[in-house]
Each structure stands twice: as structure tokens, then as C-alpha cells.
Write a protein that binds this ligand. Structure first.
Ligand code: ATP
Ligand code: MG
Length: 400
């Protein structure tokens, strides 16, 4: 159980307390610490208002001041310090745009989603557990703080979060919490896709994604989420943790629906990775010869090829063809890659200009084809990557 991050942040809590306010660790870091899991980022909650935090500390950044969050820079590290707050006036099943600050820890933890996320801990590692979160941690249960129906009505994202925590922590969702999830799932249609995607990215790589994914299907969650509602999700089978991009790529390879990816509002980089992976999933099974193998390895990032290979079982379960293991395997990839005479077009000993000059002709669409043929001839070692050999090849093969 590593408490290094807490130890480093302790002086901040003590410093706030020294100024007469309360301060606690709270949320995911406390939950993960009590479970003996690695903790990544620490959330600090305090009775001091954002202005008071700014007065106390020398260096602060008002990253989410209107919601109560101030970034405190301490010993060159950043800590998010958030004022105790209560949330009311939920509109359209979304969290309110306005919050109000309170001085009482109880009210702050009461607005949190699940009992295991509502445990506060002071700088002496004493816990303040108003909703039996520690019992639920021991019994590995996901249970809402308060009446599940009300809590999901306030903010429907909590339904997806609950399934995400189940996948991540391998917990069971208690019956009445799950019943309320099932009944209220349609409300997730009011959420922004960005907030949903944040949770789905964590859900899909959770160790118990198999169960959560099936429950998502069972309660018809995907029907209410843009992008996913274009797919027949009953045909999609996920029972091992995956990266989000790989998951979407498998779906697109299985059900080629064009122009939908933009609905996810993810970055261009993510979209392009997804397309690359989807293409690889489709093309790798077509690799049948050494020559095909060389070309595919030259044309692609081998990390992506290896990722697709590592996901073979899931790809197969989704009724897609998988690469021939006799041709494509970890060893053959390494071997072929290490033997490639060049790894990039830029390394060719000749360029378009050289060819035009040599043939004493004008450029045209043919040039691109010829360059590609030369490139393939080089990587498949039919010719050496020297100007002399390439021009010999041009003389023998290119008619103008
Ligand atoms: P992770 O380890 O993935 O960061 P986390 O529990 O810290 O998990 P966050 O999304 O970082 O989750 O949120 C921090 C804390 O804020 C949660 O533990 C919970 O107490 C509270 N919280 C976050 N989102 C909601 C929500 N939609 N409704 C109620 N409380 C929430
Ligand atoms: Mg967190």
C-alpha cells in the first residue's frame, strides 16, 4: 500500500488546517488507497472557499474557480483543492452549472456518487465515512450515496460511472442501485457525449469489462448514446480489457458505417488511429505471402500490427477474420522489420525529379505508381537501394 502521494500532499492539508479550515483527501485516491491499489491523482476537499485558498497559498491557479477548484502549486507539484460544496437544482439530468459552497464535510460527501467514492481522510489517515463506504469496499459493492433513483435522476452520468467502477474495480452493483440504473438509463441521452466518452474509455479497459459490457447491452445503454446507436451492439462482444481506440476499430471493421465517428467528438488523432486500426483488422488476414508481409510491415507502424495480433481473440469473437499465425506472429514481424533495407520512402536513393530527368520527360500521375513500384522492389530486395540499380530497373520496366 503506497501512501507516497499522500505523504507528499500532507503538508498542504496541515497548512490549510493551520489557517483554521478543514481539509481532507477524498474520492478516488482514498478509495484506491484503502483497497491497496495504486493511486494516481489526489483530490483535496476543504471548508475554505476558493478565495481563502488563494489567500493562504503563494502560488495558485484558478482552474475551476467558479466550481470551487483551485490548483495549488506546492513544491513544484500541482494539487487540486476543491471547496466543500452542495449541488442542487439539477436540470435535464445533468449536473448543475451552479454550485454553492458549504462549510460542512457531510454535505460535500453527500453529493458524491457512490459510497466508496464518498470517504474522506485527514492527514493522519483517519477516515470520515458517513455512508459505510468502507464496508462496501470490503464487500466490493457499488452502491449510490442515498436513494439510487434520485441520484441517477439528478445526474444520469452516474449510471455509466457505476458500470465503469464495476469494470475497473471488479465490484458488484447492489440490486436496488442496478434496478434504478436499468429504469433510468434513457436519461443518458441528455448528457454530452464528451462526458460519456470519458467514462467509456475507463470502462472498456477495466479488468471486469466483460460483465459491465454485457450489462451495458442488457440495459440497452448504447441505444441512447450517439455513434453507438447506429450499430447493432448485440453483435459486439467484449470480454477482455481493450483500449478505447481498438474497441471502436473492431466495431467499425465489423459494421462499416461511414461518417459516424465524428459523433464521438474525439480528437483527430484518435479518429485517425481508429481508422488505421480498423484497416489493419481488415487487411492483416489477407496477408498470405512473405511479400505481402514485408509490404504490410513496411507500410504500417509495427506497434499497431502487434496490438491487432494481441487482440486476436476478441476480433475472432466479433466474427471477423484473424491473421494467419504461421505468417504473422511476433517473431516474423520483428524479423521482417529488422531486415527491411529502408523504413521510409524518404530513404530511397532516388526521387521523382531524378526519374523525370533520367527519362527526359514530363511529370504525370504515372510517376507516383512508378515510385511505389520501385519502393516495393527495394523492400522486397528485388533491387538494391542505389541510384544505379534503380535507374536500371526504370530502364527495364518503365515505358514512356
Ligand atoms: P478515478 O480513479 O478514475 O479518477 P474517481 O473516483 O477519482 O476515479 P473522478 O471522476 O476523478 O473519479 O471524480 C472524483 C470524485 O468526485 C469521485 O470519487 C466522486 O466522489 C465525485 N464525483 C465525480 N463525478 C461525480 C458525479 N457525476 N456525481 C457525483 N459525484 C461525482
Ligand atoms: Mg479522480
Amino acid at each position: 500500500m503506497s501512501n507516497e502521494l499522500f505523504e507528499r500532499a500532507k503538508p498542504i492539508l496541515d497548512y490549510i488546517q493551520h489557517h483554521g479550515f478543514e481539509a481532507y483527501f477524498v474520492g478516488g485516491s482514498v478509495r484506491d488507497y484503502l483497497m491497496g491499489r495504486d493511486i494516481h491523482d489526489i483530490d483535496i476537499t476543504t471548508s475554505a472557499t476558493p478565495n481563502e485558498i488563494e489567500d493562504i497559498f503563494e502560488k495558485t491557479i484558478p482552474i475551476g474557480k467558479e466550481h470551487g477548484t483551485i490548483n495549488v502549486v506546492y513544491h513544484h507539484e500541482n494539487y487540486e483543492v476543491t471547496t466543500f460544496r452542495a449541488e442542487e437544482d439539477y436540470v435535464d439530468h445533468r449536473r448543475p452549472s451552479e454550485v454553492h459552497f458549504v462549510r460542512d464535510l457531510y454535505q460535500d460527501v453527500q453529493r458524491r456518487d457512490f459510497t466508496v467514492n464518498a470517504i474522506a481522510m485527514d492527514s493522519n489517515y483517519k477516515t470520515y465515512d458517513y455512508f459505510e463506504g468502507e464496508r462496501d469496499l470490503k464487500e466490493r459493492l457499488i452502491r449510490t450515496v442515498g436513494e439510487p433513483r434520485e441520484r441517477f435522476e439528478e445526474d444520469a452520468l452516474r449510471i455509466i460511472r457505476g458500470l465503469r467502477f464495476q469494470a475497473q474495480l471488479d465490484f458488484k452493483i447492489v440490486d436496488n442501485t442496478f434496478d434504478a440504473m436499468r429504469k433510468q438509463i434513457a436519461d443518458i441521452q441528455y448528457l454530452s457525449i464528451e462526458r460519456i466518452v470519458v467514462e467509456l474509455k475507463k470502462l472498456i479497459k477495466g479488468i471486469n469489462v466483460a460483465q459491465s459490457f454485457n450489462l451495458m447491452k442488457e440495459i440497452d445503454a448504447f441505444k441512447h448514446i450517439p455513434f453507438f446507436n447506429s450499430f447493432n451492439m448485440q453483435r459486439v462482444h467484449i470480454d477482455e480489457p481493450l483500449e478505447f481506440e481498438m474497441w471502436i476499430a473492431i466495431m467499425l471493421a465489423q459494421q462499416p458505417i461511414t461518417d459516424t465517428l465524428k459523433l464521438l467528438k474525439i480528437s483527430n488523432n484518435e479518429k485517425s488511429n481508429i481508422h488505421t486500426l480498423a484497416n489493419l483488422i481488415k487487411t492483416l488476414p489477407q496477408v498470405q505471402s512473405k511479400q505481402d508481409l514485408i509490404i504490410v510491415i513496411y507500410d504500417n507502424n509495427i506497434k499497431n500490427i502487434k496490438n491487432v495480433l494481441a487482440t486476436k481473440e476478441t476480433i475472432k469473437k466479433n466474427n471477423l477474420n484473424t491473421p494467419n499465425p504461421l505468417i504473422l506472429n511476433e517473431r516474423s514481424i520483428e524479423e521482417v522489420y529488422n531486415q527491411l533495407p529502408i523504413h521510409h520512402r524518404k530513404e530511397m536513393a532516388i526521387n521523382g525529379g531524378d526519374i523525370i530527368q533520367h527519362l527526359n520527360t514530363k511529370s504525370g500521375p504515372w510517376l507516383k505508381d512508378v515510385l511505389r513500384q520501385i519502393e516495393v522492389a527495394i523492400i522486397t530486395q528485388q533491387i538494391k537501394n542505389t541510384k544505379v540499380e534503380i535507374l536500371e530497373w526504370v530502364d527495364a520496366n518503365v515505358k514512356v
